[in-house]
Design a protein around this ligand. Structure first.
Ligand SMILES: *Cc1c(COP(=O)(O)O)cnc(C)c1O
Length: 362
């Protein structure tokens, strides 16, 4: 069977070049005589893979030297617990901006650790927008402010970062990491589950400003303390070795595509092709407010809802799969992650045009 255009929200499409490289290296990695799967995490070869992965991630995101990069397990969701456990260090107050379901889950989890308050929310309009934020939105003594930079389910993104002054800004970047240029120095901590723009699920990448490490309570489980990862180069226990290896390959691929700046240009082009069509279509309509539209997850509906099921099944038969919207919202969602080529969007829009024309004439 040929490869399809996979618009899944995550785990998601990976570049074919990366998959073929994994295949080629799989039974025997370089001169080791073994697969990466069989390699000790303490071996010189694996340590080199991990060091390269970290170095490439730092280079691609231009991460300053006063930040630690950590490879953690438990996906993005474990960060919903680790962030408050480690960063509620003075007032034990944190402010959450709730712009979707993941943000809501993060805020709810944080309430177990201290006073996590929702300082702004867009729940009133199905999370179709990003609330307006200013310094007065936040408690002056909050230990941190948490945002979700790109909202995977609702298809919105922060067009600019809120000013939090001296309060560390924490961002869940799971579905937009490495998709557009960000200034990491604006954040106290960023984290991203790997399965959207990086590689295998389960792995989560964290970049944390060094002065924020070391404040977990003594009772904190060792694997939930950022210091454990920072002090042991993320090798305190056996890390997800194969996932880190795939991440390294993905980073090399991204570098060959002009890095984050290069891919941002492509991502903006892909998003424009789809949104321009949605804006002129009389059958399909975008659900997020224009100024907050995500480059990574485009959400839309068919104005004739009766056609949604037919659209999904015809699209799937034509090789455009996983377009069904999240179960919480319905409709359609096309995820346009880094590994989705421009041709994938052009072909999808062609298909949507044909579908629209066919259903107009009936
Ligand atoms: C996918 C996603 C998560 C959840 O990631 P897991 O790895 O399943 O824990 C959290 N936040 C955002 C923004 C996501 O897109």
């Amino acid at each position: 069977m040929d490869r399809v255009y996979n618009f899944a929200a995550g785990p998601a499409v990976l570049p074919l070049e990366v998959l073929l490289r994994i295949q080629k290296d799989f039974p025997v990695y370089q001169n080791t005589g073994m697969s990466v799967l069989e390699m000790s995490h303490r071996s010189a070869m694996f340590e080199e893979i991990a060091a390269q992965a970290e170095a490439l991630f730092r280079e691609l995101l231009n991460i300053p030297d006063n930040y630690c990069v950590l490879f953690v397990q438990g996906g993005a969701t474990m960060q919903f617990s680790m962030v408050p456990l480690n960063l509620m260090r003075r007032s034990k107050k944190a402010n959450y901006v709730v712009t979707g379901e993941f943000a809501q889950k993060a805020a709810q989890e944080a309430q177990k650790f201290g006073s996590a308050t929702v300082t702004a929310s867009s729940a009133d309009r199905q999370y179709a927008y990003i609330p307006n934020l200013s310094m007065s939105s936040f408690d002056h003594d909050a230990d941190y402010v948490h945002i979700t930079l790109n909202n995977t389910i609702y298809g919105t993104r922060f067009p600019s970062l809120p000013d939090t002054g001296e309060i560390p800004l924490v961002a869940d970047m799971s579905s937009c990491i490495l998709s557009e240029v960000v200034d990491v120095s604006r954040f106290g901590l960023i984290y991203a589950g790997a399965q959207k723009n990086i590689g295998p699920s389960g792995l989560c990448l964290v970049a944390i400003r060094k002065d924020l490490v070391g404040f977990a309570p003594a009772s904190a489980p060792v694997l939930l303390d950022y210091r454990t990862y920072a002090d042991h180069a993320s090798l305190y226990n056996t890390p997800p070795t194969f996932a880190i290896y795939v991440a390294k390959l993905l980073f090399e691929w991204l570098k060959s595509k002009g890095g984050v700046e290069g891919i941002e240009t492509v991502n903006r082009e892909k998003a424009a092709i789809l949104y321009d069509f949605l804006d002129e279509s009389s059958l399909f309509q975008g659900t997020a407010d224009r100024e907050f539209r995500s480059f990574m997850n485009a959400t839309f509906v068919l104005l004739n809802e009766n056609l949604t099921a037919a659209f999904l099944s015809e699209a799937s038969a034509a090789g455009f799969v996983n377009l069904k919207g999240h179960r919480a919202v319905g409709g359609i969602r096309a995820s346009l992650y880094n590994a989705m080529p421009v041709e994938g969007i052009v072909s999808l829009v062609d298909f949507m045009k044909r579908f629209e024309a066919a259903h107009k004439s009936r």
